[in-house]
Design a protein around this ligand. Structure first.
Ligand code: FAD
Ligand code: NAG
Ligand code: NAG
Ligand code: NAG
Ligand code: NAG
Ligand code: NAG
Ligand code: NAG
Ligand code: NAG
Length: 545
C-alpha cells in the first residue's frame, strides 16, 4: 500500500498510483484464516472473534445497538465481530480486511442514529471496542486519557470519584461512546460555557490504514484537526483521547419549569428565542417540546419544558433570571442545588441518588427512532411556532419531541474552522427533532411524519446550506454511492455537516487514506473514485475533484 503524500495541493496535483484492484467478495473464511496467521497469539484471537455460528454472536451484536430500527431480523449483519482487548489486536483486522476486500465498521457506544457502526449494505466486519474502556484521570493536571469504548457516564463518574470541581463538556446520555461522540463534536449542558467535547481534546491515539498507531505528534496537525469533529470513521480507528477537563463549581443549580399552551407556552417560547443565547454563560436553559394530556381535563396540549443547569448557587441565579427572563416566573422553590455530577443524573432524568447508574452501559429505553437537526439564526414567529404545534397534534407525534439547545457564550468565541464542526457564531439555538415508536411495521409512517415536520421548518432555519450535525446522523440529507462518489456529490451532505471545512476534510482524507478503505454511506471521500467491475475493485483519481 502506498504511503501518504505530504502535498497540500491535493486538488491540483495527483499521483496516479495505478488503477489497482482487490478482490471484493471473498469468503470470510479467508479473512479469518488471515487473522489467525497475522496474530501472534492464536488463543487470544479466538477469544475475541465471533461469527454467526458462535452462540453469543447476537447478544454481542445487540449489546450496543441503540436504535431498534437496526436490530430487526432483516438488518444486514456483520460476517464477523471482533472485540479487541488490546490495541495490538486491531492491526491484523485492518490488514486482513484490506487483503480480502472487506469493509470494516468501528463501533464504540453504538449510538449512531443510522446504525452505521454496525450495519452495512456490503459484506463487512465490526471492530467493536466495547472492551477498550480504560479511563485515567489526572486531577493535578486536569486531564484524562479515555479509551474509545468507554461511555460518557463512566467518564463523568471517574472524574467525580477524584474531584467534585472538575467536569467535562460532553453529551447528556451516559451510555454514549467516547469514540463516536468526541470525533463528531459532542455537546451537553456545558456547551455555552465550554463549547464542545472535541474542543477539549489535546491528544489522541489512532490506527491508520497502514496499521500504524499514531499520536498527535506522529499523525500531524491536519489529521488531528480532522478527527475532532469530522467523524473518525473516515480516517482510522480511534483508540483513545486525551481530554482537558474543565472547572465546575462545587454547587450548581438545576430547575425544570413546564408550561402548556394554556399557561402561555407559545409566548414564553417565543421570548426564550431572544434571551437564551445572551444569558450569562454559566446558565443554559434548554426547552423540550412535547404533546401531553393536560392535567385538568385530559385534553391534549403542547408542553414546553424549560430545563436548566446553572453553574453557581441559587442566590446568584434568581436575580439573573428575574432580570433576563422574568416571563418564566422562576421561584426559589423551583430550584435545587447539587454537585455537578448529580446534575448529570438530573439532566438525564434519573433520580438524584446513587452515582453508580452512570456506570451502567445498558440504555434504559431503547426504541425505534428517527431524528433530525436544524440550526436557528433568527427567532421563529409565533405563527411559525403554532405551525409546529399543529404537527405535534398528529397521531404519529404521540412520542415525538423537539429539543431547543441554546448557543451563544463560548460557541460564539470559537471560529468556524478551529475544528471541523462549523456551527458557531450566528446560531441562536439548535433544534433536535425526534420521533419514537415500537411497531417495526409502522416505521414508514413515523419517518414520514418527521420528514414533513422538517420540510415545514425549512423557511425558519439555516439555509445554503441547511446545516446538520454529524453526531445526529441523517442519511436523508445525502449519501455516497457504493464505491464511486465524486467530490461534488459528497458535498451535498458534506457541506451541511461541515460547511467550508468539508474541503479540508477531503484533503486530509486523500492524504491519509487515498484508496478510501475507511468508508461508509457518509464518509469523507478521497478524491479518487472506486468501483467494482467483474468482481474486481478499482480505485482511480476522481475526474471532477
Ligand atoms: C440516546 C442518545 C443520546 C445522545 N445524546 C447526545 C448528546 O447529548 N450530545 C451529543 O452531542 N450527541 C448525542 N448523541 C449522539 C451521539 O453523540 C452520536 O451518536 C455519537 O456518534 C455516538 O458515539 P458512539 O461511539 O456511541 O456511537 P457509534 O455508533 O459506535 O459510532 C458513531 C460513528 O463513529 C464511528 N466510530 C465509533 N467509534 C470509532 C472509533 N473508535 N474510531 C473511528 N470511528 C469510530 C462509527 O463507525 C460511526 O460512524 C446521542 C445519541 C443517542 C442515541
Ligand atoms: C495469549 O493469550 C492468552 C489469552 O488471552 C493469554 O492467557 C496468554 O498469556 C497469551 N500468550 C502470550 C504468549 O502472550
Ligand atoms: C467462536 O467459534 C469459534 C469456532 O467454534 C471458536 O474458535 C471461537 O473461540 C468462538 N469465539 C468465542 C469468542 O468464543
Ligand atoms: C438480537 O436481535 C435479533 C434481531 O436482529 C433478535 O432476533 C434476537 O432475539 C436478539 N438476540 C439477543 C440475544 O438479544
Ligand atoms: C403571556 O406572555 C406574554 C408575553 O410574554 C405576556 O405579555 C402576557 O401577559 C402573558 N399572559 C399571561 C396570561 O400570562
Ligand atoms: C393521553 O390520553 C390518551 C387518550 O386518553 C391515552 O391513550 C394516552 O395514553 C395518554 N398519554 C399519556 C402520556 O398519559
Ligand atoms: C442497567 O440498566 C438497565 C436498563 O435500565 C437495567 O435493566 C439493568 O438492570 C441495569 N443494570 C444494573 C447492574 O443496574
Ligand atoms: C465512477 O465515476 C466516474 C466519474 O464520475 C465515472 O466516469 C464512472 O463511470 C463511474 N463508475 C461507475 C462504476 O459508476
Amino acid at each position: 500500500m502506498k504511503t501518504t503524500s505530504n502535498s497540500s495541493l491535493l486538488f491540483t496535483v495527483l499521483v496516479i498510483f495505478s488503477c489497482s484492484w482487490a478482490v471484493s467478495s471473498h469468503e470470510h473464511d479467508d479473512f479469518l484464516q488471515c487473522l489467525s496467521l497475522q496474530s501472534n497469539n492464536h488463543s487470544s484471537i479466538s477469544n475475541i472473534v465471533y461469527t454467526p455460528k458462535n452462540s453469543s454472536y447476537l447478544s454481542i451484536l445487540n449489546f450496543s445497538i441503540q436504535n431498534l430500527r437496526f436490530e430487526s431480523v432483516t438488518t444486514p449483519k456483520p460476517l464477523v465481530i471482533i472485540t479487541p482487548v488490546h490495541e495490538s489486536q486491531i492491526q491484523p483486522v485492518i490488514y486482513c480486511a484490506k487483503e480480502n476486500g472487506m469493509q470494516i465498521r468501528v463501533r464504540s457506544g453504538g449510538h449512531d442514529y443510522e446504525g452505521l457502526s454496525y450495519t452495512s449494505q456490503v459484506p463487512f466486519v465490526i471492530i467493536d471496542l466495547v472492551n477498550l474502556r480504560e479511563i485515567n484521570v489526572e486531577v493535578e493536571k486536569k486531564t484524562a486519557w479515555i479509551q474509545a469504548g468507554a461511555r460518557l457516564g463512566e467518564l463523568y463518574y471517574r472524574i467525580a470519584e477524584k474531584s467534585r470541581t472538575l467536569g467535562f463538556p460532553g453529551g447528556v446520555c451516559p451510555t454514549v461512546g467516547a469514540g463516536g461522540h468526541i470525533s463528531g463534536g459532542g455537546y451537553g449542558t456545558l456547551i455555552r460555557k465550554y463549547g464542545l467535547a472535541a474542543d477539549h481534546v489535546i491528544d489522541a491515539r489512532i490506527i491508520d490504514v497502514n496499521g500504524r498507531i499514531l499520536d498527535r505528534i506522529s499523525m500531524g496537525e491536519d489529521l488531528f484537526w480532522a478527527i475532532r469533529g469530522g467523524g473518525a470513521a473516515s480516517f482510522g480507528v480511534i483508540l483513545a483521547w486525551k481530554l482537558e477537563l474543565v472547572d465546575v463549581p462545587e454547587k450548581v443549580t438545576v430547575f425544570t419549569i413546564a408550561k402548556t399552551l394554556e399557561q402561555n407556552a407559545t409566548n414564553i417560547v417565543h421570548r426564550w428565542q431572544y434571551v437564551a443565547h445572551k444569558l450569562d454563560e454559566d446558565l443554559a436553559v434548554r426547552v423540550f417540546i412535547r404533546r401531553v394530556n393536560s392535567t385538568q381535563d385530559g385534553k391534549r396540549t403542547i408542553q414546553a419544558s424549560f430545563q436548566s443547569l446553572f453553574l453557581g448557587g441559587v442566590d446568584r441565579l434568581l436575580p439573573l433570571m428575574q432580570q433576563s427572563f422574568p416571563e418564566l416566573g422562576l421561584q426559589r422553590e423551583d430550584c435545587t442545588e447539587m454537585s455537578w455530577i448529580e446534575s448529570a443524573l438530573y439532566i438525564y432524568g434519573l433520580p438524584v441518588g446513587s452515582l453508580e447508574v452512570l456506570l451502567n452501559r445498558t440504555q434504559a429505553n431503547v426504541r425505534h427512532f428517527k431524528a433530525k437537526v436544524d440550526y436557528v439564526q433568527k427567532p421563529i414567529s409565533k405563527n411559525g411556532l403554532e405551525g409546529i404545534w399543529k404537527r405535534f397534534f398528529k397521531e404519529e407525534a404521540e412520542e415525538a419531541e423537539m429539543l431547543f439547545v441554546p448557543y451563544g457564550g463560548r460557541m460564539d468565541e470559537v471560529s468556524e474552522s478551529t475544528i471541523p464542526f462549523p456551527h458557531r457564531a450566528g446560531n441562536l439555538y439548535q433544534i433536535h427533532y425526534m420521533v419514537n415508536w415500537d411497531e417495526e411495521e409502522a416505521s414508514e409512517r413515523y419517518i414520514n411524519w418527521i420528514r414533513r415536520l422538517y420540510s415545514y421548518m425549512a423557511s425558519y432555519v439555516s439555509k445554503s446550506p441547511r446545516a446538520a450535525y454529524i453526531n445526529y446522523r441523517d442519511l436523508d440529507i445525502g449519501v455516497n454511492n457504493k464505491g464511486n462518489t465524486s467530490y461534488t456529490q459528497a458535498s451535498i451532505w458534506g457541506r451541511k455537516y461541515f460547511k467550508n471545512n468539508f474541503k479540508r476534510l477531503v484533503q486530509v482524507k486523500t492524504m491519509v487514506d487515498p484508496t478510501n478503505f475507511f468508508r461508509n454511506e457518509q464518509s469523507i471521500p478521497s478524491i479518487y473514485s472506486r468501483w467494482t467491475k467483474n468482481g474486481k475493485e478499482y480505485a482511480c483519481p476522481n475526474v471532477d475533484a
